[in-house]
Structure formats: C-alpha cells, structure tokens
Design a protein. Structure first.
Length: 370
C-alpha cells in the first residue's frame, strides 16, 4: 500500500501539472509565485487564493480587490514560461483558449474553424441557441400597455465625461465614458424596479444601405441604425460579474431613421469616427466629449420592453431590453461615416446586425409611455 504522504505528493504533483497553462500575457491572470498547499487550509499569495473545493484544487483570483472568480477542473497538459504560471477555467467559455480562437462575424458564409457567422454562433457559445434570444420583431398590435411605478429615469444624463475611450472592435464602434469624480450614469425604475443599472459602454449597428441597419424590427421594418447603451446591475459590483448573472444587464436600444433633412444637425459621435477607422484601433478623446443627453436627446420617451439576450456571443439571456418607440433622425452623411470603419478582414464595416431570433415560447412585450 502506498503511504499516505507519498500518495499526497503524487496527487499534488499531477494536480499542479494540470493547473498550469502557457498563454500570451494578458489573456489570463498570471501568478508569479504560488503555494502548493492545495490540500488542507488555504494559502494566499499576492492577490490570489488557492483552496480546496470538494477535493478539486481551485484557484480564485481577486478581481479589483473585491470579487473572486472560481477556477475548477483544469484538464490541459502543463507548461510554464519563465517560472510564471497561468491559470484558466476549462469550463469557463468566456475565458477559455478555445473561445479566444473562435471569433464571430456577421457573414453567414463563415463556418469555422476560427470564425463563425450568425447561424453558427452556437459553436462559440451554446447560449446563442437559447430560447430567449435577441433581437426580435416587435409587433405593436401584440403588446400590452403598462405603467411602471416608479417610472424609468436617468441619473447623470447631463454629466460631461472627462474623456471617452473610442474603440473599433472589428464589429462596431464602441465608446466608454470616463466621468469625473468616479461618477456614474444610471437608469432606475420602470421594468428595472428600484435597482440602479450603471452605464458600461455603448455601440451601434448599421446596414449597407440607409434604409436598413437596426437589429430590432419595429412596425414591420428595420430602421437605419440602432444604438445600444449597455447597463449593468449595480448589485453585482462590476460588468463582468453582472454579465453572467440573473437580471444582470439592461440594454437601451435607440432606433435611428434616416432623414435627408437632418443634414443641418450633426450627431455628436459622427465627428470622432475617423479616430478609429481600422479594426482593433483605440483612441482616447479629451476635447469633443458629449453627454448622454446629447446622444439620446431626451430622457422622456415611450418604449417597448421585454426579456431577451445580448445580440453577440456569448448571447447571455439575462437582458432587460428597452427600445424607443419613436426613432431619432439621422443624416445620410452620418451613416456614410459609419461605413468608413473597417472590420478585422480589412473590409468595409456594415450589415453588423444579427438576424431576427424566434422562440417557441411566447415572450411578452410591454409598452410604456413616460
């Protein structure tokens, strides 16, 4: 019979081997030093904590010094670089090497192995084949009217950011506000009840032609473009945790309708698109900053709301959608600015909207007039 101490050493050795990964820096959390006290009491090193869970060694990394993310059941072969150990969760699709290699596109001809079009997004994350996916066609004759108490309202809508991070992520232009004095833009009330949701970022969807580019269909048509303002549930503390949690996200979808008479007014974002024409480019803007009110023009509007998902992988079904019922005008010249952006293939970026999603389950769509 193998002595207990020898068995422990053998198990610990192979456990350590299955917990180490080689990957490029930045993709996963790095541990410069580590403790081999996988069994018994937990041990800490820097901002990382090792402990045992149900006889499976687990690594928790400390995110923003507040939240721990569990890592379980690693299975890959071991490797290490310069004595720095890298860890990941085999079952966490959002952090896995496999998901890093699989990218999504809006081209239905893309069927892997590295890039997948909309009908194959489920190969990136199975949630994309879920029963409550977005976007949907909103049938205004099949909606239920409701009055929420308290009504939906905004906090910080007039705060001008100190700076804005502008990104071309290969699929859209994404903007993140950096507000002064650690302030936040929040929405509260309505279908979100009394829980504040904090603005994380926003981005757009548009088409190859001016008349069609929105993700949601309203009154039987796609509109010219759709702005998505992504908010996260403040109870979860940060976007990453909220994005995988129940009632974690709310997305305010603002529809735009092309108007040739709109050429006299320039939407504030149209003047900064040229900063990030190429895919994966980033720019921090300090001068031409605008407020959320500049962006959506009002905080009093009629909207549709329903429970759905994110419209890109990982397609998580934890989103409360709010869609404005009266589209905002947009000039043809502004839509042309969007189409100057380039995707990761170096091609002109357009038609970056997901096909409509249908469900065998009835989904209640509510309409509310502020």
């Amino acid at each position: 019979m193998v002595p207990n101490i020898l068995r422990l050493l053998i198990v610990s050795f192979f456990t350590l081997q299955t917990l180490t990964y080689e990957t490029k820096e930045g993709s996963y959390k790095k541990v410069s030093s580590y403790s081999n006290q996988f069994y018994g009491s937990s041990a800490t090193t820097n901002n990382y904590i090792f402990h045992e869970k149900e006889n499976i060694p687990a690594l928790y990394y400390k995110k923003n010094f507040k939240n721990y993310k569990p890592f379980y059941n690693q299975k890959k072969a071991s490797s290490y670089v310069n004595n720095d150990f890298y860890f990941r969760d085999e079952d966490d699709e959002s952090n896995s090497i496999e998901s890093e290699e699989k990218k999504f596109s809006y081209d239905e001809n893309d069927d892997g192995p590295a890039i997948y079009g909309p009908s194959n997004w489920y190969k990136i994350n199975k949630q994309c084949n879920g029963n409550y996916q977005s976007p949907i066609a909103i049938d205004i004759f099949n909606t239920s009217g409701i009055k929420f108490s308290p009504r939906l309202y905004f906090e910080g809508i007039d705060i001008r950011p100190s700076s804005m991070k502008i990104e071309n992520n290969g699929h859209s232009m994404k903007i993140t506000f950096n507000l002064p004095n650690n302030q936040h833009i929040r929405i509260i009330g309505g279908p979100l009840e009394n829980i504040p949701y904090i603005l994380d970022s926003f981005h757009w969807h548009w088409g190859a032609i001016d008349k069609s580019g929105s993700e949601h269909v309203l009154r039987g048509r796609r509109y010219s473009s759709e702005l998505h303002l992504v908010f996260y549930n403040s109870q979860y503390g940060n976007f990453n945790t909220a994005s995988t949690s129940s009632k974690g996200l709310a997305v305010l979808g603002i529809l735009y309708d092309v108007d040739s008479q709109q050429n006299g007014y320039i939407n504030p974002w149209a003047t900064i698109i040229h900063r990030v024409l190429n895919a994966k480019s980033t720019y921090v803007e300090y001068q031409n900053n605008f407020t959320l009110r500049d962006l959506i023009r009002t905080d009093q509007f009629k909207y549709f709301t329903y429970k759905g998902s994110l419209t890109t992988p990982n397609c998580t079904e934890n989103v409360t959608w709010l869609i404005n019922s009266k589209p905002i005008p947009i000039a043809p010249a502004e839509l042309r600015e969007f189409r100057k952006l380039r995707n990761e293939k170096g091609e002109q970026m357009f038609h970056n909207f997901r096909p409509l999603q249908y469900s065998k389950y009835d989904r209640k769509v509510l309409i509310y007039a502020q």
